[in-house]
Design a protein around this ligand. Structure first.
Ligand code: SF4
Length: 409
């Protein structure tokens, strides 16, 4: 775990449950979830999507179970899925029972949809007997009308109360293998609801901003809510709810955890400067080309693309590998140390080649194999650039003299 994770608030202690082979809560890694958009009865189509989601970082995948054909599909999907499958039950108790018969590793019940206490308790009893956990998935948009009325709306308190009532039914039948979500499409409501939930329950919490919408706004809303809570130590698993290919949800989830230092990097992390007037190259173009070329290598490496040699290598010295542009050349650096100077048109190729060598030989070996003249060459380019655009490009001395003349008057 890197230093960024230890800079966050300590994780709140929760119970641990097992969704198939994936542990959720306690000290288990925070898991990423997503949901298929195929008809669950379409077994091959659904499995193809589940595999795509798992490849992008989903640890758990949810499928809808809205009809008998969907439950029958689940019976065939579950044994072939690379990740545990959770069935989403909408309004019918029969579908919950059918999904359990299909062998799913988890259920999601919405207290606003399945409302009869005897039905809730029946599902909880069956899940208890089979050792299958349930998510109490409260949603501000489908809150039980009685609670909505009592609280005067879908307030954070109302969402948590809905979960508490459902949990009490479960506890009546001795079932506590539960995780809880209190989602809302309002980021502020969702954050407040989860804060309250984490004070109220010690069950694992599943985070999410519901109906966040299409990219890029949906991603921003999801991140605003989920990342805020994770940074406070709240949350054990989460899903981005995007109006997009669900692969985007899985990818974003994984990237968020890696960015927060909560999961180890599995793939490329390409960082790049935002570019500015000092840039010696089209940073956006080079960064995009590097992203495409390096992503194909599938290596857990952080690579920097920096627009100028004046600030680039220093600002990105934490990156495993990077390149900075200057004087029609690229300064290739490893951990901030210049190792080679290449032609501008060879920058991306040089990054790809060096990334492969770092993966094969390690950082130390590649630093030892540096081109010994590179640092001096790079320093000369840097000095030239500083001279032409640097400290006195603003005619500082003349300006200072003018300021002094004015302030002396
Ligand atoms: S690295 Fe250079 S080009 Fe990029 S933002 Fe910083 S100063 Fe500007």
């Amino acid at each position: 775990m890197d230093v960024t994770a230890s800079s966050l608030s300590p994780r709140r202690k929760t119970r641990q449950i097992a969704v198939g082979k994936v542990l959720v809560g306690g000290d288990a890694p925070i898991s990423v979830q997503s949901m298929t958009t195929t008809k669950t009865a379409d077994v091959e189509g659904t499995l193809a999507q589940i595999y795509a989601l798992a490849a992008e970082g989903a640890d758990i995948v949810r499928c809808t179970c809205n009809e008998v054909a969907a439950a029958e599909g689940l019976a065939q999907i579950v044994p072939r899925s690379p990740v545990p499958i959770v069935a989403d039950i909408h309004f019918h108790v029969e579908m919950a029972l059918a999904a359990l018969e299909a062998g799913v590793q988890g259920l999601r019940l919405n207290p606003g949809n399945l409302r009869k206490p005897e039905e809730i308790k029946l599902v909880a009893s069956e899940a208890r007997d089979r050792g299958v956990p349930i998510r109490i998935g409260v949603n501000a948009g489908s809150l039980h009308p009685d609670i909505y009325e009592r609280f005067g709306g879908a307030t954070p308190e109302a969402l948590v109360e809905s979960a508490r009532i459902e949990l009490a039914y479960f506890e009546e039948v001795g079932f506590s293998d539960v995780k809880i979500s209190v989602k809302a499409s309002s980021v502020a409501t969702m954050i407040a609801a989860y804060r309250l939930a984490s004070e109220t329950f010690d069950h694992p919490l599943h985070l999410g901003v519901t109906e966040a919408g299409p990219l890029p706004g949906g991603l921003l809303k999801g991140t605003a809510g989920i990342a805020t809570l994770l940074a406070e130590g709240i949350g054990d698993t989460f899903r981005y709810s995007l109006t997009a290919d669900p692969v985007e949800e899985a990818r974003a989830g994984r990237q968020l955890l890696e960015a927060l230092g909560l999961r180890e990097r599995k793939g490329l992390d390409l960082i790049a400067c935002p570019s500015c007037g000092r840039a010696e190259v089209d940073v956006i173009k080079v960064a995009n080309e590097a992203q495409t070329a390096l992503a194909a290598l599938n290596l857990p490496i952080q690579v920097a693309v920096m627009g100028c040699v004046v600030n680039g290598p220093g600002e990105a010295r934490h990156a495993d590998l990077g390149i900075a542009a200057g004087k029609k050349r690229g300064h290739l650096f490893i951990k901030g140390e210049i190792v080679r100077v290449v032609k501008e048109e060879d920058m991306v190729e040089a990054l790809v080649e060096e990334a492969k060598k770092i993966a094969a030989e390690g950082v130390e070996a590649r630093l030892a194999a540096r081109d010994l003249g590179a640092a001096a060459e790079a320093e000369a380019d840097r000095a030239l650039l500083l001279d032409s655009r640097g400290a006195d490009a603003n005619h500082s001395n003349e300006r200072i003299a003018q300021i002094r003349r004015r302030t002396e008057q």
